[in-house]
Design a protein around this ligand. Structure first.
Ligand code: URP
Ligand code: ZN
Ligand code: ZN
Length: 486
């Protein structure tokens, strides 16, 4: 009888706090031993030969097979989305069970489980999107669902079918506070966007590049500040998602300085794309739509600012916000036609597979952040924030054997990123042609090899649903509780 199912020998292990060479012993999908020369027999041995090994990525923000209201369809379902994640070194994803207005949260959760069941190839948890916070939702459904392991809630300050007003946001924050859930906020001022959009369209400015004009930085800055104020009022933490530039970062910095529990996320599109990408001249009038996402990519100075904030520790997590819509066909970016105005183009860019290689290449190997910060942003912190740590997000005895063994390329030997290398069903990558200095050689998900040297090896249904722990204790003993009714 073997001591281990698998030993990964001579791994150059990087975690948030350590870097050392060791063997990793795996049994039953978990790491059961780490030692310099692990004795004992194994059914399989992978010789890492001193390769860099990091925890499998935890992507805390991605959209697969999410119902939409404009006739569009996300390009990836749970199979193609998780396949793409695994091939890029991500072993846990957290997409969104989205409540439709007039419907219950439970319906959204049940529907989303049906969509994931038998399809996911890596483990997954769900965030909840609350679009209709009725008393039934905040007082009955949310407490029950948090108890069952759905412990994070996304709310929107924009998008007509999802947005909440301030009073509704307060109701959600009060429930999150009471039950120990984490609230994720999409911060953009909806009325400003509506007014700007109306005037841009009336003046004939309909091309994709005007998407950025309709959602300028001030719109995000104002909503970021408002979300922080509401979080302070309710004495409960929030995470500002997909932060795009300097002025939103300044608000977060200010809030942290006041000791407020404000977390922040940024995404590859704010480091590697800019507003110029929306306006690239091409025969196809919708060419720039490939980079339409919200908030929009900003200018180069803002990119630099986001890099600095990533290095300085301001950002808690780095997620893909993978939201893939095809450029070809009638259900993607062209759902409103080949000449559609920017306001009718579905928002989002693909990126679940390229998230880790881009950050490792340009962040770590480009000298902007160290490997420990890379692990923290892409695996450990998202696992902690969403109640999956230490099962996910680290390399330690007792943790799931979710590992990435990296190929690192010397300068001059870079890999050129091309869409046909990728495993999403999206028909393009906005990062086409970029030079990469790293790509996963091998990804292990609970000890199973799911990606090895160019071959995808997992089966639909190999991934399991992960109930999440509460990310913070329910709050019941601050001055607010003397008069805040349950
Ligand atoms: O443009 C984006 N970010 N699309 C995905 C939905 C969201 O708001 O995160
Ligand atoms: Zn959002
Ligand atoms: Zn998103």
């Amino acid at each position: 009888m073997n001591d281990f199912d698998l030993i990964v020998r001579d791994a150059d292990i990087a975690t948030v706090g350590d870097r050392y060479r060791a063997d990793i012993g795996i049994r039953g999908g978990r790491i059961v031993a780490i030692a310099q020369s692990l004795p004992g027999a194994a059914a399989e041995v992978i010789d890492a030969r001193g390769r860099l090994v990091t925890p499998g990525g935890v992507d805390g923000h991605c959209h697969f097979d999410q119902p939409t209201s404009d006739g569009s369809k996300f390009a990836d379902d749970f199979f193609t989305g998780t396949r793409s994640a695994a091939c890029g070194g991500t072993t846990t994803v957290i997409p969104f069970a989205c409540q439709q207005k007039g419907h219950s949260l439970q319906e959204a959760v049940d529907d989303y489980h049906r969509r994931a069941q038998g399809k996911a190839v890596i483990d997954y948890a769900f965030h909840l999107i609350v679009s209709d916070p009725t008393p039934h939702v905040t007082q009955q459904e949310l407490p029950r669902l948090v108890e069952q392991g759905y412990t994070s809630i996304k709310i929107y300050m924009t998008y007509d079918d999802l947005k909440l007003d301030d009073r509704q946001i307060i109701e959600v924050l009060a429930a999150a506070r009471r039950h120990g859930a984490m609230t994720m906020v999409h911060a953009e001022n909806s009325d400003c966007i509506a007014w700007l959009t109306e005037h841009l369209l009336a003046a004939g400015f309909t091309a994709p590049k005007y998407h950025a004009s309709s959602r300028p930085m001030a719109v995000e800055r104002e909503a970021t500040h408002r979300a922080i104020a509401l979080s302070e009022l309710l004495d409960t933490p929030i995470l500002l998602v997909h932060v795009s530039g300097r002025e939103a970062v300044e608000q977060i910095h200010w809030a942290r300085g006041r000791g407020l529990p404000i977390h922040a996320e940024t995404c590859p599109q704010y480091l590697f794309l800019s507003a110029e990408d929306l306006g690239i001249a091409a025969d196809d009038p919708l060419h720039g739509a490939r980079c339409i996402c919200s908030p929009p990519p900003r200018d180069k100075a803002n990119q630099k600012f986001i890099w600095n904030a990533l290095a300085s520790g301001l950002f808690t997590i780095f997620s893909s916000d993978h939201a893939p819509f095809n450029m070809a066909g009638p259900t993607g970016k062209r759902v409103a036609g080949d000449d559609a105005p920017f306001s009718r183009v579905p928002n989002g860019v693909p990126g679940v597979e390229t998230r880790l290689p881009l950050l490792l290449s340009e962040g770590v190997l480009g000298g902007r952040i160290d490997i420990h910060r890379f692990v923290e942003l892409t695996a450990t912190n998202p696992a902690r924030l969403y109640g999956l740590y230490p099962r996910k997000g680290t390399i330690a005895v007792g943790s799931d054997a979710d590992l990435v063994l990296w190929s690192v390329f010397e300068k001059g030997q870079e890999l050129r990123l091309a869409h046909d290398m990728l495993h999403s069903a999206a028909d393009y990558t906005p990062y086409e042609g970029r030079s990469l200095r790293a790509w996963p050689a091998l990804t292990l998900s609970r000890g199973r090899t799911v990606w090895r040297e160019g071959r995808f090896l997992a089966q639909p249904g190999d991934g399991a649903f992960l109930p999440c722990q509460r990310p913070h204790a329910p709050r019941t003993s601050s001055p607010l509780d003397q008069w805040l009714a349950p």
